[in-house]
Design a protein around this ligand. Structure first.
Ligand code: S3P
Length: 192
């Protein structure tokens, strides 16, 4: 009989096997911050959120950084922040949705992390971000169309992640279980 391992068993295995930062990438609304914080707590690892770190350092919210300094400056800060946290030992890191648009960040994450794409469909993403006032890239006349365009433009970047996990499965518990399973299977590729 095939034994289906529960998340709790997988977590114990992960705690032993993990020695590389786990980095969550994907669109706004994919669940990077929530799922990242939950995963980190379960693994007993520090959790870092690149947007939060950038905001703390700048003393400004992301929207103001975009408005006052432009997207290019934000991407530069994002690249430096991600580089810094990757050098701070094993942790779980949530990135901003556009982090991989920097080729340097993409190369760094491919080399020095286990990169996980949280892949949610456009309806799920839209449902989660439509009331948000904190996403400068969605301040347009047709934010849903913008979101869909960004997703289409970025899919080939997200696809370069080491692992793809579908999210928006109906409950946060299902999403966290899928994330833990994806990570476990990646680390035990040869034995699972
Ligand atoms: C962005 C996503 C945001 C934030 C910034 C730009 C993007 O983060 O970094 O508004 O380019 O998709 P979340 O993905 O956490 O919303």
């Amino acid at each position: 009989m095939v034994q289906v391992k529960k998340s709790q068993d997988l977590i114990s295995g992960l705690k032993e096997a993990l020695s590389t930062p786990v980095v969550l990438v994907g669109m706004m609304g994919a669940g990077k911050s929530y799922l990242g914080a939950t995963l980190a707590r379960q693994l007993g690892l520090p959790f870092r959120d690149s947007d939060k770190l950038i905001e703390e350092k700048a003393g400004l919210p992301v929207t103001d950084i975009f408005a006052d300094f432009g997207e290019a400056k934000f991407r530069e800060a994002e690249r430096n922040t991600i580089k810094d946290v990757l050098g701070q030992g094993t942790s779980v890191i949530a990135t901003g949705g556009g982090a991989l648009t920097s080729p340097e960040t993409l190369a760094l994450l491919k080399k020095d992390s286990i990169m996980i794409w949280l892949d949610a469909d456009i309806e799920t993403l839209w449902q989660r971000v439509q009331k948000s006032q904190t996403r400068p890239l969605l301040k347009t006349d047709d934010p849903k169309d913008r979101l869909a365009t960004l997703l289409a433009e970025r899919k080939n970047l997200y696809n370069q992640a080491h692992i793809t996990v579908k999210t928006g499965l109906g409950s946060q518990q299902k999403d966290i279980d899928a994330l833990i399973k994806g990570l476990y299977e990646f680390l035990n590729k040869d034995t699972v």
